[in-house]
Design a binder for this molecule. Structure first.
Ligand code: MRU
Length: 355
């Protein structure tokens, strides 16, 4: 059975609470956009494409709340008032987490649509149609990405991945994990290693669980063991997802990705990224311009309420890092595998995706 992290049913957004996995499978019901913002910032839903889809539905909820408060009268000033309140909600939704470009991308798409709809009475239905289209499209894009990326998977050998980039991090199928899955489904056989991914343990909790659901054997390692495995020649390639890719190919992804990429290069192992073209932010010329989310320090010295360091300790908690393009051997998108120089190959991919 396919994992469905995000569903929409009778005006309610249903999210599989990823803070509770794998111990419990709990679905949270969300009826207000403010609760969607909370779910994103508290990591109940996470992963760049998944928070984009959630944001698209959050805009539907916001439109519904505004209509419920003001009615859906057609006069020009009411439409202006409606749009101004929707813009305020959009700002709150888009700022729930700063690094993943998909969040702002989905909110902007919905806002542009709302601004093109003349009747406020039709606004909710049109936004819902668009959210459902973004939702469906994400799964289709991931499957296409898997089709292109599976060529990079070895037959024999081993693949290392980081964080969680599977169905849970998207609307379904996954990005980097989707490529691994597609490789496996094409009949290739290889060992899969996945990191724990401190401090939220997306790798240990979510990726291990997803591989179990898929019947793909995987081996868990602590983040700091990756260098040793790479230096021992145990890894054929590394593949991760991305939260934002600058026009030159510099890539922001889960903290620790940069370390893996440098270690891969040092040991002559190819390092790949898999992400949809919607993750490419062509407005940024390099990774220096990517805003990196700094999360609360208690996430480093507590795990699920249990202290893991002495009281009063200081901690730093950047949630993402930037891997410079020179460490990246290829970027898999739904349009194919982009190779350096990324300035050209990524723009080509974005251009043909939007054609
Ligand atoms: O903090 P998270 O769990 O949202 O971080 C997720 C990642 O870094 C993923 O690798 C990225 O979003 C790509 S997911 C398909």
């Amino acid at each position: 059975m396919e994992i469905e992290p995000i569903r929409w049913s009778n005006g309610t957004l249903l999210l599989l609470d990823q803070t509770r996995l794998p111990m419990e499978q709990v679905t949270v019901e969300i009826g207000r956009y403010q609760d969607a913002v909370e779910a994103i910032s508290q990591m109940r839903v996470r992963g760049a494409p998944a928070i984009g889809v959630t944001a698209a539905y959050a805009m539907v909820l916001a439109a519904g709340q505004i209509t419920a408060n003001s009615g859906s009268v057609e006069k020009g000033e009411d439409r202006d008032e409606f749009l101004s309140r929707l813009r305020q909600a959009a700002e709150e939704i888009a700022s729930a987490r700063p690094t993943a470009v998909n969040l702002g991308w989905a909110v902007k798409k919905q806002l542009d649509l709302a601004e093109s709809v003349t009747s406020t009475a039709q606004m909710g239905a049109r936004l819902l149609q668009e959210a459902q289209r973004i939702h469906r499209e994400d799964v289709a894009i991931n499957r296409r990405m898997g089709g292109h990326g599976q060529e990079l998977m070895p037959d024999g050998g081993a693949v290392l991945t980081h964080c969680n980039t599977g169905a849970l991090a998207t609307a379904g199928f996954g990005t980097a994990l989707g490529v691994i899955r597609a490789g496996w489904e094409s009949g290739k056989r290889f060992q899969v290693y996945n990191t724990e991914t401190r401090p939220w343990l997306q790798g240990a909790r979510l990726t291990s669980w997803e591989f179990q659901q898929l019947g793909i054997p995987s081996t868990l390692l602590v983040d700091s063991a990756a260098g040793m495995l790479l230096s021992q020649g145990k890894i054929s390639c590394v593949i991760t997802g991305a939260d934002r890719i600058a026009a030159n190919g510099d890539t922001a992804n889960k903290i620790g990705t940069y370390t893996l990429a440098v270690l891969a290069k040092e040991n002559g192992v190819p390092f790949y990224i898999a992400a949809p073209t919607s993750t490419i932010d062509a407005s940024l010329s390099s990774g220096d311009e990517i805003e990196i989310e700094e999360r609360p320090s208690h996430e480093v010295y507590h795990f699920q309420g249990i202290p893991t360091a002495p009281p009063g300790i200081e901690a730093v908690n950047p949630s993402f890092d930037v891997t410079p393009n020179r460490y990246i051997s290829g970027i898999v998108t739904e349009m194919g595998v982009a190779r350096p120089p990324y300035q050209e190959s990524l723009m080509l991919a974005v251009g043909s995706a939007n054609a």
